[in-house]
Design a protein around this ligand. Structure first.
Ligand code: GAL
Length: 971
């Protein structure tokens, strides 16, 4: 016997066979039948299934098979498991071949044709909106064909196979020649994961249609032409349009923009069908090196969105798609890149309706070829030309009627190659009304814009100034230098962070050429798992037994897997707010800058509040109608309310711009932008002089309410509170961004900090003495091996009988090179019943030096548990910045910490070391102490997990630092 396995049919790069030409996504009055349902299912370990194609026969007995929902991924329904790799292929790279172990799902579904179905009128097509990765289809035993292109539709003509009673059979291979071009950074999740629909195509129904709707901002008129095959009429009642398809008409219209997504409802009528139209008039261009829509430069406040849901994977329901759009709108985003494939078509309907600029991306990534120097890369391989052109064609044809799509993207991280250029030409030929994007070819041949991912602030600034390093080819260089620039990915939202968003935004707002960017990415792709003890956690790469994987790199979104916002989301919302307000109490004015590209501010009203030391003083509203008219790009001014304030304590104004009325995407009162500023110059901090002297009594020394061990100088008691391990602390649990290797400096903070031993510092006591008013403990804090250390002097004094002040002086010695410190402060172990924290300072959420734009001065009360940010991979989190005072209380005596003037505050139920070791949230177990960190500063966060490290001004250098605060036990 001679068994030849390869090449098998799924190892042929031919994209499809038996399929109908791609056409526009439409829903019409033609009959359709959803075939989403539980299907009979079995999984085989290899593509060569034991009984061959027998299952496709209508007579096949599937009685013993399981059932599985369609749409879904079988790996989320008990068959195998999802697997995560970022760049690498999970199998040897040898295109177009794939492993013999190739999970293969057979699906069977029996359905009756509704009686009203007119089998004799026209034809019927069977549509698959998404199947990963290679599938073959039979209806009633008749082979219809096969297809690839996981996130693209395929239609088969089933007219001759269809009967009253039907058996649909589909065979899906997880791996195929097509897998080589679907190497996106996400979970591998095979299956029929989008809708399956039977669609009647009556005689003379619309084969395809293309809505061309442009806008001329100089005349205020829109031009509409709808191409249709066969021809018919186009009716748009609101515009009094009733005309032949294929003819052009120009009328006065309201244009479509992401800010004001004006859609005209129309209908395309042929003799066989009525197709509803949602028409948005807009014109996209590159004008003078700048992307314009309707004649205006636009600024992308964007995000990259993968389709993900922790239960459904990529088989999203409509409710989740709407939720995503609403979250984007409510967080001031105006743009989405559908990374890295065309999304479910309904998502694009929502983008049209609610208003988001869309970069629609071809389902293409070949990143795993990079490791072998891009050898054999499908983007350049003739054997993949047809497949790639097919993918571009199917995206454009499906999505061409969405006004929200203004840019087609050729794919992601697919290297360079002629196939990409051919795709670009093909798209331009079919649709010259949109721009072309591709990041992977720095020469920008075949694109309309210069795009980068994770370019540093410095590089963005150079590009903004037009002084970026040249390309080798002078012609291409000259062309690129005149192009607009976007960051198709930046600010990697992995774990704590991203830091430095504000500085990016400032560059985008400063340089016309820099038209914003798309944060990577929208959501953490985490699946829920349960420990043997029944505790739930979010699983990531490696938690499903993958042979190779990329760990928690899959967890890098602005949303947690359950779509709760992370602090990064709140920060991004604030940084990109479309209205910027700046108050000046000395002049009694608030200036308001309209940062929208098109809108006035009539939809916003202002609300203000005055607080004194975090306590309410007064509030009021300023009605939208009474605000000055401020055109986009312009600034207006209003007078501050007149309220007398004195110099005692802190008076702060808060101004908030809110939706005056309910918008489609947000409730009336929804906050769009805000600002805060002091109502009067902040009082200078007054340092209390020592008034109570230290007293030595046998083995202890007391300083006011504090008791110390007289031998080692250790603080042991504060009033009625037992204190553990109060010491200088420079360590923090490594963040994802600390761990990353900066693209620019090639540094990894984590590597440097572990190598330096900052996680294993020893404290040598050099002297313990009472010196006048102070109890002074001199130490040297240093890790083993090197000569570097921190001379640390603790000076304890008592401003009064009820409080003790610590003045800490830290001075580096030895060889520090260019090392930075993770943090600098003092850690205290307190009794675990101290579970509540109230503070006056910035909040309510965590904030670090470079993630603090969204932090507001105020008085906040949280439990310690609520102060933790549950990052999927545990890491430093929860620090509150610029705290003036904090009270930590429980059932027994509490403690008040007063800054001189400010400190950063962290409180948790585990130590930094425990946090640093944890791999999942369930590894964090409350101990016998509450650990309080009172910090002078922490190193900033940066975006080094994929991008650049902390900007210099937010770094924590090991210089001489002096820091003091007061501890006051509460009865
Ligand atoms: C980019 C890539 C994304 C994602 C990101 C890191 O290079 O395009 O798909 O992998 O890096 O999370």
């Amino acid at each position: 016997m001679n068994v030849v396995y390869h090449p098998a049919e799924h190892e042929d790069t031919t994209p499809w066979r038996g399929a109908l030409p791609a056409r526009a996504w439409q829903q019409s009055d033609a009959r359709s039948l959803s075939l989403n349902a539980p299907y009979r299912f079995r999984l085989s370990p290899t593509a060569a299934v034991e009984d061959g194609d027998a299952f496709a026969s209508p007579d096949f007995n599937d009685g013993k098979w399981d059932t599985i929902p369609v749409p879904s991924h079988w790996v989320l329904h008990g068959y195998g498991a999802p697997a995560y790799q970022n760049i690498n292929y999970p199998f040897p790279v040898d295109p177009p071949f794939v492993p013999t172990e190739n999970p293969t799902g057979d699906y069977r579904f029996e359905f009756d044709l509704p009686k009203e179905w007119e089998l004799n009128n026209g034809k019927t097509v069977l549509r698959f909106d998404g199947v990963e990765s290679w599938y073959k289809v039979w209806l009633n035993g008749k082979l219809l064909g096969f297809s690839t292109g996981s996130r693209l539709p395929t239609e088969f003509d089933v007219t001759s196979a269809l009967g009253e009673k039907n058996v649909l059979a589909v065979r899906v291979h997880q791996w195929s020649a097509a897998t080589y071009v679907e190497d996106q950074d996400q979970w591998w999740m095979p299956g029929i994961f989008r809708d399956v629909t039977l669609i009647h195509r009556p005689a003379k129904s619309v084969e395809d249609h293309f809505v061309h709707a442009s806008y001329d901002h100089t005349t205020g008129k829109g031009t509409l032409k709808v191409d249709s095959n066969p021809a018919g009429r186009v009716i748009v009642p609101a515009l009094n349009i009733d005309q032949e398809t294929g003819t052009e008409v120009t009328v006065a219209v309201e244009p479509w923009t992401a800010e004001n997504p004006h859609l005209y409802t129309g209908v395309l009528v042929t003799d066989g069908e009525r197709v509803p139209l949602q028409i948005g008039f807009r014109t996209v261009k590159v004008d003078n090196g700048v992307i314009t829509v309707n004649g205006k430069r636009i600024l992308f406040r964007g995000v990259n969105r993968h389709e993900f849901h922790p239960d459904m994977g990529r088989a999203l329901d409509h409710a989740t798609m709407l939720q995503d759009v609403l979250i984007m709108k409510q967080n001031n985003m105006n743009a989405v890149r559908t990374s890295h494939y065309p999304p479910h078509p309904h998502f694009l309907d929502l983008c049209d309706e609610y208003g988001l600029w869309v970069i629609d991306e071809v389902d293409l990534e070949t990143h795993g070829f990079e490791i072998d120097g891009w050898k054999g890369n499908p983007s350049a391989a003739p054997q993949y030309t047809e497949a790639l052109l097919n993918r571009a064609d199917r995206m454009v044809e499906r999505d061409k009627n969405h006004p929200s799509i203004i840019i087609w993207s050729l794919g992601n991280e697919a290297g360079t190659g002629n196939n990409l250029l051919l795709m670009s030409k093909q798209i331009k030929k079919r649709d010259s009304s949109r721009l072309i994007h591709y990041e992977g070819d720095r020469s920008c041949e075949g694109t309309d814009m210069y795009s980068r991912m994770y370019a540093s602030h410095l590089e963005v600034e150079e590009i903004g100034k037009g002084i970026e390093p040249p390309l080798d080819d002078p012609e291409l260089d000259a062309k690129r230098r005149k192009m607009p620039f976007i960051q198709c990915e930046y600010a990697h939202a992995m774990g704590n962070g991203p830091g430095g968003l504000l500085e990016y935004q400032q560059l985008f707002e400063k340089y016309p050429r820099c038209q914003g960017g798309f944060v990577w990415e929208f959501i953490d792709h985490g699946f829920e798992k349960t420990t043997p003890e029944g505790k739930k956690y979010w699983a990531y790469g490696g938690d499903f037994g993958e042979e190779i994987h990329d760990g928690n790199f899959i967890s890098d979104g602005l949303l947690f897997p359950n779509r709760d916002p992370s602090p990064g989301m709140l920060e991004y919302k604030k940084v990109i707010e479309p209205v910027k307000m700046t108050g000046d109490a000395s002049k009694g004015t608030l200036s308001i800058y309209n940062g929208y590209d098109f809108s006035d501010l009539k939809h916003l009203s202002l609300w203000w509040k005055l607080e004194h030391n975090g306590e309410f003083v007064a509030e009021g509203g300023i009605d939208a109608a009474t605000l000055p008219e401020i055109a986009p790009g312009k600034t207006g001014e209003i007078k501050l309310p007149v309220i007398a304030v004195d110099g005692k304590g802190e008076f702060w104004w808060t101004f908030s711009a809110r939706l005056a009325d309910k918008a489609p995407w947000g409730e009336a009162g929804h906050e769009v932008a805000w600002t805060q500023f002091p109502a009067i110059a902040l009082p200078a901090p007054v340092s209390a002089p020592a008034s109570v002297k230290p007293v030595k009594d046998g083995k202890t020394v007391t300083v006011g309410p504090a008791t110390f061990n007289a031998v080692d100088g250790q603080l042991v008691q504060l009033g009625g509170i037992k204190v553990d391990g109060a010491k200088l602390d420079i360590w923090r649990a490594i963040t994802d961004n600390d761990r990353g290797i900066s693209f620019d400096t090639k540094r990894s903070m984590a590597d440097e900090w572990y190598a330096a031993g900052f996680d294993r510092v020893h404290h040598r006591i050099d002297s313990v003495a009472i010196e006048g008013d102070a109890f002074v403990v001199a130490t040297r804090a240093a890790p083993a091996i090197r000569n570097r250390g921190l001379r640390t002097v603790y000076r304890w004094t008592a401003p009064d009988a009820g409080s003790v002040k610590l003045s800490l002086s830290v001075e580096p010695e030895g060889d520090w090179g260019n090392l930075l410190l993770p943090r600098l402060g003092v850690r205290f172990g307190l009794p675990k019943d101290l579970a509540n924290v109230e503070w006056f300072g910035c909040g309510p959420n965590e904030a670090y030096a470079d993630t603090r734009t969204a932090a507001k001065v105020g008085k906040y009360a949280y439990t310690i548990d609520a102060m933790q940010t549950p990052y999927v991979f545990p890491q430093e989190n929860g620090s509150r910045i610029d705290v003036r005072w904090a009270e930590i209380t429980g059932s027994g005596p509490g403690l008040r910490v007063e800054g001189e003037p400010l400190f950063a505050l962290t409180a948790r139920r585990w130590t930094t070391e425990q946090l640093d070791k944890a791999k999942h949230t369930t590894d964090l177990v409350a101990g016998d102490n509450v650990w309080l960190n009172v910090d002078l500063k922490l190193n900033g966060i940066g975006t080094g997990s994929c991008g650049e490290e902390v900007l210099v001004h937010d770094e924590l250098f090991p210089a001489k630092h002096d820091f003091s605060f007061v501890l006051r036990p509460l009865a």
